[in-house]
Design a protein around this ligand. Structure first.
Ligand code: ZN
Length: 415
């Protein structure tokens, strides 16, 4: 006989399965839900009725295909069941988006980052202020926001969640839990930006790969260099990580990096590394905090016109990237690489160096070079990664809390 707690946990798992099926491929009919989750028709009826009563999902009707007979009924998320705020911190702008429970974007505001103002305190104030304004503009109470999902470049402690090191704030840490919890009841999460890119790409490849997807890596090129790796674990779940690729050692006698070490991949391949080589600035010069894209475009034009040092700078950057990728492939095994970020506009200048850097390793000479694709719309991928992780979290929390409230209601009735 099942104990009460195990019955509840089965029900909780089944609710999570139904919500997950609706999240990935909704709206769905009763039959579709049953087919996708493997749950018996009667179980699906009980769960969908419960979720409908709890105002988590809703029904809609569509006329039957033939135009006659009973209309078809579809289930989907009820948009106003809760809200998600996505905060994307990049080197030049902070973007705030309000999303409803169905995953639809309802409002967005952007604020340029002020490079003249140093430190995390002014940033924290403007973050709190922007979140307040976003809720006010959407006419939502703070309690209706169930999750705040934040991303940044750099090294994150996603458990706490804390930003431990970032190109923007250096070693000055930001504890987002401590900052937001006094004001918001929402669950706060923090992820590395390129991890989210890998999450979105991995999910897409897994959906279209009919069970054949194994692994891929996303490489983001810009002021900093980021890598995300998405792999199927042995249970068939997507596992995504963000190894510290940008600050992996490329060559100990190469230039000074923003992190304080010498010879990181980023010190050669980040925008400031390319700029430093192109202008023959001494390699121990403290790196520029921010290099405007227009400045990089000028170096690229000059490289395309045959300027020797400008061409050499991109070639060296390419070699650092190629060497780094070959080391990663030696550790993880062969996988396709998706290159993204603002640096993709200079890809043809980097490519020769990347190929050269890759070919220097035994692994690549043995297995051949990896498939490399360019994806220009990085922001879209970051956003999709946010939605997938945060909305799945919300679904699981709803499934868990509903069981609790459901059993509380049941015990009240018993009493
Ligand atoms: Zn570094």
């Amino acid at each position: 006989m099942l104990t009460k707690s195990s019955t509840e946990s089965v029900r909780q798992q089944n609710s999570a399965l139904v919500l997950s099926a609706l999240r990935r491929s909704g709206p769905l009919s009763h039959t579709d839900i049953s087919a996708q989750t493997g749950l018996a028709s009667a179980t699906v009826s009980v769960i969908t009725a419960e979720l409908e009563r709890a105002l988590v999902i809703e029904k809609s009707e569509q006329p039957a295909h033939s135009g006659r007979g009973r209309p078809r009924v579809f289930f989907s998320q009820r948009r106003a069941s809760g809200y998600l705020i996505v905060v994307r911190i990049s080197s030049d702008v902070v973007q705030y988006s309000m999303i409803d429970y169905s995953g639809t974007l309802i409002d967005r505001l952007e604020e340029p980052r002020n490079h003249g103002v140093a430190g995390t305190a002014p940033f924290a104030r403007s973050l709190l202020d922007a979140l307040d304004r976003l809720a006010l503009r959407s006419r939502l109470e703070k309690a209706q926001v169930l999750a705040i999902s934040i991303s940044s470049k750099g090294i994150v402690d996603s458990e706490r969640p804390r930003l431990l090191w970032s190109p923007v704030f250096g070693n000055e840490q930001i504890d987002f839990a401590a900052l937001l919890q006094p004001h918001w009841s929402a669950k706060v999460t923090l992820n590395n930006e390129t991890l989210l890119v890998a999450q979105a790409l991995g999910l897409k490849a897994d959906k279209s790969g009919a069970g054949t997807f194994r692994a891929l890596a996303a490489l983001s090129l810009g002021h900093s260099i980021g890598v995300g790796v998405a792999r199927k674990d042995r249970f068939g779940e997507l596992e995504v990580t963000a190894p510290n690729f940008g600050h992996m050692l490329h060559s100990p006698n190469a230039g000074l990096c923003r992190c304080g070490s010498y010879g990181c991949v980023e010190a050669s391949a980040g925008f400031y590394g390319i700029l430093r080589t192109a202008f023959e600035v001494p390699p121990d010069t403290i790196p520029a905090k921010f290099v405007p894209l227009a400045e990089m475009d000028k170096i690229a034009v000059s490289a395309r016109q045959g300027n020797r040092m400008a061409g050499y700078a991109f070639r060296q950057a390419g070699i650092a990237l190629g060497n780094g990728l070959s080391r990663m492939l030696s550790l993880y095994d062969r996988m396709p690489i998706f290159i993204t970020g603002p640096g993709t506009r200079y890809f043809e200048l980097l490519q020769k160096g990347i190929d050269e850097g890759l070919a220097q390793s035994h692994q690549v000479r043995r297995q051949g070079p990896p498939d490399i694709s360019i994806i220009f719309d990085e922001q879209r991928l970051v956003f999709d990664g946010h939605l997938d992780r945060a909305l799945t979290d919300i679904d699981n929390d709803i499934a868990a809390s509903r069981v609790v409230s459901g059993s509380a209601a049941a015990s009240r009735q018993e009493a």
